[in-house]
Structures are given as structure tokens and as C-alpha cells.
Design a protein around this ligand. Structure first.
Ligand SMILES: [Ca+2]
Length: 391
């Protein structure tokens, strides 16, 4: 962990220095310091500087200097030629120095041009210091809290703005963490860069207070955006032999990301003959299958496609036709192909004669029953009337 942070800080230092080197006539200066902000030193502690100068001109001398937060030079050292082109120095911050942002500079003077190049880097002096740890985790249940089993996310870019300046850019390690040690106390603003396909579950900016001699830990949750296609199908529940029926297939993006490409496949039942389809459906005779290609479908969007078929007119016995389609789509975040099945559509094919006869038989049953009830009721009334007459 410490090694990684050292590497990160070193790389940051390199970036800062390359940006701040001002080669005026071809000379360039690489100036490094340790520790690099936001890590700070207390008065009495040392800051290490080293530099390397590349020049095609003739060296006159090199000047190293340090400025306090007010911009006043508080330290200066000159290196006459041939010294100073590649040097290091450990500077001890004097006891009683005020807290703040200090600057160190290296100036290169050549015989030909005088002051030819200058590089400057900042360093922090802080009497009160603490540590800050930022952990980025995969908030799989999206509740903004790190629950057991929710792993840290490596290689996430984190920007930290502190009370003395910033931001510094860090990257999380294999445990999803980055650690800043010996940084000035105060309020820090942390911004975590969301990778494509993820959203932040704990807010895009997190504020953290660093307290003296304490470790402040901030947990930032990210969640993978949902990518989902839902497919459903409708069709008639009954039909006759030879009837033309229409199946409707609805494809809906119920996720949070655009699905770039969806293929819908409808293997037709053997009892039907393909007639036509909407939305550029392609019918393959050998497979008796219709296929559609749907391009970019944004979140919340849906498409309904149709296929017309004719029920086999030669069906002679009651038949149940079952049809089910499927959607195959590419998850744009993970890059893998996913499948969604529609519901099954069941169509009962009535075959004339058998069904009608059954209906007729049923039709006779109701009056027969009523007649029986009426006759029974009449007998009852007759019997009761006779009984009353006797009384
Ligand atoms: Ca959670």
C-alpha cells in the first residue's frame, strides 16, 4: 500500500514538474520533491529535493531557492559550474515556520543567455496533521452503505481537494482504497470518477474532515447500471383452421443504458404458415423462423413487431398451438450476450363438427333440468293441496 502511494505521489510530482518547467531556450529542468502535497511536513522536518537539468548551452551556475507562503525567499543556494546540473538537497523546515504552501525553485543560468530555465514545485507545511482513507466499493444493492460482500473497486480515479489546495488525482488500489497520510487537518472534498456504465450511490462529491492524529475513512459507493431487455408476446386464444392470425412481440428496454443491438427470433409453430411481418422481419424457410434486428434502443423505449401467419386449413382434430419468441441482446457494460424469452402464447384451434355437436348436446341439458324441476314442483304443490284439503 505504502509503495503504491509513493509511486502515485512520485508520478504526480513528475506531472507537476513537467508542467511547471519553463525551458526558455531549450534547457529543461526536472525537479522532484518528497513528500508531495497533500502530504505535509511539520516545522523541524525535512523535505527532499532532487533535480536534473538538460541543456545544450554552457552552464554558468544553478540557483536553488525556497519561498514561504508570503512569497519571500527564506533559503538560497548556488552551485557554480560544473555542479548543479544533477543535484539533491534535504531542506529542514525551520522550527516556528508558519503553516501553508511553500515553493521550491531551481534556476539554470547559462553563459549564453543568463537565466535560461526555471522550475518550481510546492510543498506543504502543517503543524496539525491527520490521515485520510478513501474506499470505493461496488454498492450492488444500491443502498449507499457498504454491506458484507460488497467488494472494493480497483483503478478508480479519485480527486481530492484540500484546505491548502488541490486537487490531487489518485487511483484506488486492488482493495478499492487510496490513503493520504500526514495531510493538513481540515475539510477535504472528494470526487470519484464514475467509470462508464456505473452510477454513484453516495453522491458525486463527498466532504470529509481530517482530524489531528486520526484516520478519517470515507466510503464511496458505485453501482453498475442495469441493462435489461424484456420481451412479451400476444396472440389469439382461439382460432379456426385456415384463419389468418397475428402475433405481436413487444421488446422493451427496462434497463438504464441504451442497448445497441437486439435480435428477436420467433420460431413459428409447425401448424402455421408464414405470411408477413413488420419491422423488416426476415423469414427463413428451412427453420420456419422469423428474425428481426433492432438497432439502438434507449432506456424506457419499446418496439412492437408483428408477424402474420395462417393456421393450417387441413387441421382435422382440435389442436393447441404454442408460440414463444426470444430476444438476444448485447450488454453494453459487460459486453456479453444476454437472452430474454417471451411468454408462451397458446391458441386453441377449433375444428368444426366435433365442437359444435358438443355445444348442441350441452344446449339440451339446461331445458331438461328445468323441466324436471318444474314437474317435481308441480307434484309437490299437488300433494300439498291434497293434504290441506284433508285438513
Ligand atoms: Ca450496499
Amino acid at each position: 500500500m505504502k509503495k503504491l502511494i509513493a509511486l502515485i505521489l512520485l508520478s504526480l510530482t513528475l506531472i507537476v514538474n513537467f508542467n511547471q518547467a519553463i525551458p526558455e531556450q531549450g534547457a529543461s529542468i526536472l525537479l522532484l520533491r518528497n513528500p508531495a502535497p497533500p502530504q505535509s511536513v511539520q516545522p523541524g522536518e525535512q523535505v527532499h529535493f532532487e533535480w536534473n537539468i538538460i541543456a545544450s548551452s554552457t552552464e554558468d551556475y544553478v540557483r536553488f531557492f525556497i519561498e514561504n507562503p508570503d512569497g519571500d525567499d527564506i533559503f538560497e543556494q548556488q552551485y557554480p559550474a560544473p555542479e548543479g546540473m544533477s543535484e539533491s538537497i534535504d531542506y529542514t523546515v525551520p522550527a516556528g515556520s508558519p503553516d501553508g504552501v511553500y515553493w521550491a525553485g531551481v534556476e539554470y543560468y547559462s553563459i549564453e543567455s543568463g537565466l535560461e530555465a526555471i522550475a518550481m514545485v510546492s510543498f506543504y507545511v502543517s503543524t496539525l496533521r491527520g490521515d485520510l482513507q478513501i474506499v470505493v466499493f461496488n454498492d450492488t444493492n444500491s443502498n449507499g452503505i457498504r454491506d458484507p460482500g460488497e467488494n472494493g473497486m480497483p483503478d478508480i480515479i479519485v480527486r481530492v481537494d484540500g484546505p491548502l489546495g488541490g486537487p490531487v488525482t489518485l487511483s484506488t488500489d486492488s482493495d478499492g482504497a487510496c490513503l493520504l497520510t500526514d495531510i493538513p487537518v481540515g475539510t477535504y472534498n472528494i470526487e470519484v470518477e464514475c467509470p462508464a456504465g456505473y452510477i454513484n450511490t453516495t453522491g458525486t462529491m463527498v466532504e470529509a474532515d481530517v482530524i489531528q492524529d486520526s484516520l478519517t475513512t470515507v466510503e464511496v459507493g458505485l453501482r453498475r447500471m442495469k441493462s435489461q431487455i424484456e420481451a412479451s408476446k400476444t396472440g389469439p386464444s382461439t382460432a379456426d383452421p385456415g384463419e389468418i392470425i397475428t402475433y405481436m412481440i413487444r421488446i422493451e428496454n427496462t434497463g438504464e443504458v441504451e442497448i445497441p443491438s437486439t435480435t428477436v427470433v420467433d420460431p413459428l409453430p409447425e401448424q402455421v404458415e408464414y405470411l408477413s411481418s413488420s419491422y423488416g422481419g426476415i423469414y427463413i424457410i428451412g427453420d420456419n423462423t422469423v428474425t428481426w434486428n433492432i438497432t439502438a434502443l434507449p432506456p424506457g423505449a419499446s418496439i412492437t413487431i408483428e408477424v402474420q401467419v395462417k393456421i393450417n386449413p387441413d387441421l382435422s382434430t382440435p389442436t393447441t398451438i404454442i408460440n414463444q419468441a426470444s430476444a438476444h441482446w448485447e450488454d453494453p457494460i459487460e459486453g456479453q450476450i444476454e437472452d430474454s424469452q417471451t411468454n408462451e402464447v397458446t391458441t386453441e384451434v377449433n375444428v368444426g363438427g366435433g365442437g359444435g355437436g358438443g355445444g348442441g348436446g350441452g344446449g339440451m341439458q339446461v331445458p331438461e333440468f328445468n323441466l324436471t324441476v318444474m314437474i317435481a314442483t308441480a307434484i309437490m304443490i299437488l300433494l300439498l293441496t291434497k293434504k290441506f284439503r284433508r285438513i
